[in-house]
Design a protein around this ligand. Structure first.
Ligand code: CDP
Length: 258
């Protein structure tokens, strides 16, 4: 990693399959602020079940960019708080824990593994209690600062596709392309329900709908960088659109900007 004035002792690293080349990345030059990336960044924001990760992974695969699931980092912080019996209401303690946590994303977009302090937590962070905890810790401004810093550190070497809630507004305000995906709550709940069933969780669409609405509410109502479409983001409603078409549309947008 290049020297980084923003960095502290926390260890963050992203290693991805070296077969993934970066066709559009500019040569990296030392810089003082990671706010303006010296490489193309594609920001994909939106609520749960809007198609962010499916679209984000496909775009990263097509372009040979890094794929970074920013939600996985909030999930890892939430999981760490639960596992250390840290009260989610204790913002100082959760923020300290977020800063000191070593969170790594490893593997290509289709086989991304998440490591928390050296332990593979890829499956654990998807459990319902971790999902809920992630959206609670994500309301704490100091946690968000720590996570944004980790995300920027993970992505300063080459082109990146990052999905989340504040990528276009906060993490990469100068992203080459910003996409905001949304869909009706019914469609989102159905999509998420299918994913959960594939993971072996016995759930109903109604149950998932309630969980998503609770997280949506927390994500949109929090004071610190709430879920909101960036002014210059392209809005795509994926309710009635197959995600393959959304992927093609996003790729076309990227090509016109590159
Ligand atoms: O997969 P899903 O869209 O349901 O959630 P996620 O992207 O894994 O994110 C989990 C939680 O982390 C969200 O409910 C948000 O509260 C939080 N998050 C955030 O605040 N900002 C981000 N950039 C990404 C996630």
């Amino acid at each position: 990693m290049k020297p980084n004035p923003d960095s502290d002792d926390d260890e963050v690293m992203t290693t991805h399959n070296s077969a993934h080349r970066t066709p559009h990345s500019a040569p990296h030059t030392p810089h003082t602020a990671l706010r303006t990336p010296h490489f193309p960044a594609v920001a994909i924001d939106g609520p749960s079940g809007s198609g962010k990760s499916t679209v984000g992974k496909a775009i990263a695969r097509a372009l040979g960019y890094l794929y970074i699931d920013s939600g996985a980092v909030y999930r890892a912080v939430g999981l760490k708080a639960l596992e250390t019996d840290t009260s989610l209401e204790d913002s100082h303690a959760v923020a300290a824990l977020a800063k000191e946590a070593s969170i790594k994303l490893e593997g290509d977009p289709d086989h991304l593994r998440v490591f928390l302090d050296g332990r593979d937590v890829t499956d654990d962070i998807r459990l319902p209690h971790a999902s809920r905890a992630s959206s609670v810790v994500a309301t704490i401004p100091e946690v968000r600062e720590a996570v944004v810093k980790k995300l920027r550190e993970m992505s300063h070497e080459r082109g990146v596709v990052m999905d989340g809630r504040d990528i276009g507004t906060k993490v990469f305000p100068d992203a080459l392309v910003k996409i905001f995906l949304d869909a009706s709550i019914n469609v989102r709940a159905r999509r998420r329900c299918e994913e959960e069933r594939e993971r072996g969780r016995d759930v109903t669409v109604e149950q998932i709908g309630v969980e998503l609405e609770e997280r949506d509410r927390r994500d949109t109502e929090r004071a610190a960088t709430p879920l909101v479409k960036a002014a210059d983001a392209i809005f795509i409603d994926t309710s009635d659109m197959p995600l393959d078409r959304v992927i093609d549309q996003v790729l076309e947008i990227i090509m016109t900007r590159s």
